[in-house]
Design a protein around this ligand. Structure first.
Ligand code: MRU
Length: 345
């Protein structure tokens, strides 16, 4: 079993503290939804599906924190908790998806006790379903890779970005489980280094062969024939096939196109946003200190201007296929994504 990133236990939420990785594997326990909001903001938990489930568990804590006997009061309390959880990080659509799903469950219940039970049950179910979804996605995507392939990945779209198993790394896990010998090249993923701190840690932990490269070696490794394919996760995918993911994904995809290397995205249906246009999506801007230093060590002069977007957009023409739990969609995405969701109804 891969690492379990987030769990509901004894009316509290237990998470791996990802800010401590790779130096120590520590768990934190939360009983207040405000702590969950802080954990999302400070990257204790990160990755689109894990943020979504964290939001759902945040609302599950909120139903326990509010000791009213009045149904409307409880719903108002939940609406406020939802707002605080929603305001944490703007780009991953899974958070909105999860919060709205749990609020619907709350509003459909008829008594206060029923709201409490159904919200907690729905959040727990969402966490379990996340693992099943990743396994289906993994199975669907594993066919895209051959025995002895070396696959590049960017950021961390693994067990640590979900409840367990992972999206992009789930596909790699499934390919390995099907008997293929797969090697991984992980980019470091500056500025917060999800690649070196999390992906390299997670793959090493699970005995999957991984080589770490600086982000600047993407072109070198591709030009020298060291990469057979690329797979990444996503924070938001539009109807047009535009993919929002960790900053640098666009560069990796462009370089893959230049070298004729297939570039795949693995994401659950909860990562699709069929309503927004590219210009509507808010790209989170993070603090300058992530760029002017590495960890606590300063690597830039004081008073320097910094641009630090957390995500970028990869256009559909650079994407060979999008792997979901319901199958793989290929270009033209406007049509294939529409069909994917029509088939789901
Ligand atoms: O800033 P992060 O670490 O939350 O960014 C994570 C990513 O960009 C992941 O690739 C994405 O959320 C998909 S995770 C399955």
């Amino acid at each position: 079993m891969s690492l379990k990133t987030i769990e509901w236990k004894d009316n509290s939420v237990i998470m791996i503290d990802q800010t401590k990785l790779p130096n120590s594997l520590e768990f934190v326990t939360y009983t207040d939804y405000n702590q969950i909001a802080d954990a999302i903001k400070t990257l204790v938990v990160r990755g689109a599906p894990a943020i979504g489930v964290s939001g759902a568990f945040g609302l599950a804590l909120a139903v326990l924190q509010c000791d009213t006997k009045d149904k409307d009061e409880l719903i108002t309390y939940l609406e406020n908790a939802k707002k605080i959880l929603f305001q944490t990080r703007p780009t991953a659509v899974n958070l909105t998806w999860a919060l709205e799903k749990i609020m619907r469950v709350a509003k459909n219940a008829s008594t206060v006790d029923e709201i409490r039970k159904s919200v907690i049950d729905a959040a727990k179910l969402m966490a379990n379903e996340d693992i099943q979804t990743n396994k289906s996605m993994g199975k669907n995507g594993s066919e895209l890779f051959n025995d002895n392939d070396t696959i590049m990945t960017h950021c961390n779209a693994g067990a640590l970005a979900t409840v367990a198993y992972g999206t992009a790394l789930g596909v790699i896990r499934a390919a390995k489980e099907s008997g293929k010998n797969i090697k991984v090249i992980a980019t470091e993923t500056r500025p917060v280094q999800q690649g070196s701190r999390l992906t390299a840690f997670e793959l090493k932990h699970d005995g999957i062969d991984v080589s770490l490269i600086p982000d600047t070696a993407v072109g070198y490794t591709m030009a020298n024939g060291l990469v057979d394919g690329v797979i990444v996760g996503a924070d938001r995918i539009l109807q047009t096939g535009h993919v929002f993911n960790k900053i640098g994904t666009y560069q990796v995809a462009t370089m893959a196109k230049q070298h004729n290397i297939p570039f795949y995205v693995a994401a659950p249906l909860s990562t699709f946003d069929l309503k927004s246009n590219p210009e509507d999506v808010i790209i989170e801007q993070r603090k300058a200190s992530e760029v002017t230093g590495i960890g606590d060590k300063k690597t830039a002069p004081d008073g320097i201007d910094v641009i630090n977007p957390a995500f970028d957009m990869t256009p559909p023409e650079l994407i060979s296929g999008i792997i979901t739990e319901n199958g793989i969609v290929k270009p033209p995405y406007n049509e294939s994504i529409k069909k994917l969701f029509e088939a789901k109804k």
